[in-house]
Design a protein around this ligand. Structure first.
Ligand code: GAR
Length: 205
């Protein structure tokens, strides 16, 4: 029997729109793939767009199989980014290894709704030119005891937006940039999707 309560729940579920996220990438997209898998069949969050600054046939295919729009946008073009996001009714933008500077006008269009992952413990090893392998090479050279990941909001200064979460790992020397990258990647795969989920659904961690 359909009770009034269950009908109300059903009506609520019908009207509730899932939060739609866009993933911006530049590299091979291992974080993006992991995030897409995590939110597949999620009741409240869905991935609506993957925008890549580089050609990426494998990712294009991966998205096509899941009915997610894949867009290749080589230049820094705020209007093009906005058009893709508006067409897909995007609520949040997640930078998952996106190496182009985000234009101010785009940041203003998504106030406090752009998130980035950085492969080190900010404020150290951040700023212009610090991305991907360059970060791990600098960490290995400096002989610091810890590295890790930082997930933060994006503002107009490189790697300076409000921090949302950090996860650290202890480094054993001797080590190499490649080994640090592997360990950091494990942290990213383990934590990034659930941090996105907590921030989007609860606003807190
Ligand atoms: C990730 O390690 C991410 O933290 C880093 O790029 C990599 C992308 O890998 N981002 C930055 O360096 C941003 N400053 P992926 O394409 O395999 O996900």
């Amino acid at each position: 029997m359909i009770t009034r309560e269950s009908q109300q729940m059903f009506n609520f579920a019908l009207t509730m729109k899932r939060i739609r996220i866009a993933l911006f990438i530049s590299g091979n997209g291992s974080n993006a793939r992991n995030i897409i898998n995590y939110f597949e069949n999620h009741a409240q969050i869905s991935v609506g767009l993957v925008l890549s600054s580089a050609e990426n046939n494998q990712m294009a295919e991966f998205c096509a199989e899941r009915a997610i729009l894949f867009a290749h946008q080589a230049g820094i073009d705020s209007e093009a980014y906005l058009k893709f996001c508006q067409e897909q009714e995007i609520d949040w933008v997640i930078l998952a290894g996106f190496l182009k500077k985000i234009p101010s006008s785009f940041i203003h269009a998504f106030p406090h709704r752009i998130m980035n992952i950085h492969p080190a413990l900010l404020p150290n090893f951040g700023g212009k030119g610090m991305y991907g392998k360059h970060v791990h090479e600098a960490v290995a050279k400096s002989s610091v005891r810890f590295s890790g990941i930082t997930i933060h909001l994006v503002n107009e200064e490189f790697d300076k937006g409000k921090m949302l979460a950090q996860f650290a790992l202890t480094l054993q020397y001797p080590t190499t940039a490649e080994e640090i990258e592997r360990q950091v990647r494990d942290l990213e795969i383990t934590h990034f999707p659930s941090v996105i989920e907590s921030v989007l659904l609860d606003g807190i961690l």
